[in-house]
Write a protein that binds this ligand. Structure first.
Ligand code: KG4
Ligand code: ZN
Length: 343
């Protein structure tokens, strides 16, 4: 049975996972043997966001330990590993380099070839970790810190990008709004927590909700928030004021995301919807989308919250699917990063 070690260092999580690949063709399945994540969040809270050089130095300090932990937890040694996988993009160049150069070292030492993985493909396929035989075609909403994609997945190999953000990503919008409200980093969970006691909805605009395409725009919402605070002279020291603004902002972002996803599911008559990426950890988005989908007779699949934010298990899973689709692993000297790799 194949044993695959995957590494993810595209942004601010140093992660490694080992999976067992069993079965062949359509019956291929993976079993996770380990999934180790070392988060840099406390490091980036001081600067309210990721400083690339700081992230890269932290990856360098942690990567060997994270990989060793992943092997140990899986009860395997490096000699048992038959496949290597690594995120080669998109992401921060200096962060991506740490993971890819480390994997190249492993490949050179063991002779095992490498499967490069697009980080967003990792998010796209992440619902298959729990449900390998999910009904297709599906509409997939991928909402992360750097990207917002609406994708039509026809089968496990073929997909079309239907739309994406024309400016800020959904996660980025949450991060920027949180900063404006004096909340901590990352902003998504902070906005969600503050919004829980929100009462008054300021009814922010729903950007591009009626546009005929599947693109998104969130930059204007940030300005709407800024103007509301300024024009109404709102006191951000008051917890209730922050809560009302957080709730209003969250409602606007979620409304647009759900509306476009359901329209796409209706237009393409898909059998399922998947939700992935860090913002998919938002419980309101998960529940509201599930409720909306039920009304149109479609089922929603969302990975556990820990597999929505960055992790190496989703990279291992995507690599296994690439191999299932016939991808030939490459020698170490063919592996290159691409910080702006498109889906
Ligand atoms: O996928 P991810 O971990 O990293 C990237 O690939 O970018 O996504 C990180 C993003 C951040 O913007 C963060 O604020 C957001 O996901 N996020 C959330 C939640 N947890 C993380 N957004 C909304 N609600 C959450 N619970
Ligand atoms: Zn991500």
């Amino acid at each position: 049975m194949a044993k695959l070690l995957a590494i993810e260092t595209s942004c601010d999580e140093t992660a490694a996972a080992v999976v067992l690949i069993h079965g062949r063709g359509k019956n291929q399945k993976i079993t996770a043997l380990s999934n180790i994540i070392s988060s840099q969040i406390p490091l980036h809270q001081k600067t309210h966001g990721v400083v690339p050089e700081v992230a890269a130095r932290a990856h360098l300090r942690k990567i060997n330990n994270v990989v060793q932990q992943a092997l140990k937890k899986a009860h395997v040694s490096l000699e048992d590993i038959s496949h290597l996988a690594v995120t080669t993009g998109p992401g921060l160049a200096t962060s991506l380099l740490v993971g890819t150069e480390y994997v190249k070292g492993l490949s050179l030492a063991t002779g095992v070839k490498i499967t490069p993985v697009n980080h967003m493909l990792g998010h796209l396929y992440s619902a298959f970790i729990k449900t390998p035989k999910m009904s297709l075609p599906s509409i997939n909403l991928i909402v992360s810190g750097g990207h917002t994609y609406l994708v039509l997945l026809k089968d496990k190999k073929h997909f079309n990008v239907l739309g994406q953000t024309v400016d800020d990503a959904a996660g980025e919008a949450f991060d920027k709004a949180a900063k404006m409200l004096g909340l901590s980093y990352p902003g998504g969970p902070e906005i969600y927590a503050a919004a829980k006691i929100g009462k008054h909805d300021y009814n922010f605009p729903r950007p591009m909700i009626s546009s005929k395409n599947f693109n998104f725009s969130f930059a204007g919402l940030k300005t709407a928030l800024l103007y509301k605070i300024r024009d109404k002279r709102l006191d951000l020291n008051k917890k209730q004021v922050r809560a009302d603004l957080a709730m209003s902002f969250q409602n606007a972002v979620i409304d647009v995301l759900i509306s476009k996803t359901l329209s796409a599911a209706k237009k393409y008559k898909t059998k399922s919807i998947t939700l992935s990426g860090g913002v998919a950890a938002n419980i309101k988005l998960r529940t509201d989308l599930t409720r909306g989908a039920k009304k149109i007779g479609t089922k929603v699949y969302v990975p556990d919250a820990s597999l929505c934010t960055d992790n190496a298990l989703m990279i291992a899973n995507a690599a296994a699917i690439k191999l299932q689709n016939g991808f030939k692993p490459q020698p170490y000297n063919k592996i290159q990063i691409n910080p702006t790799l498109p889906l």
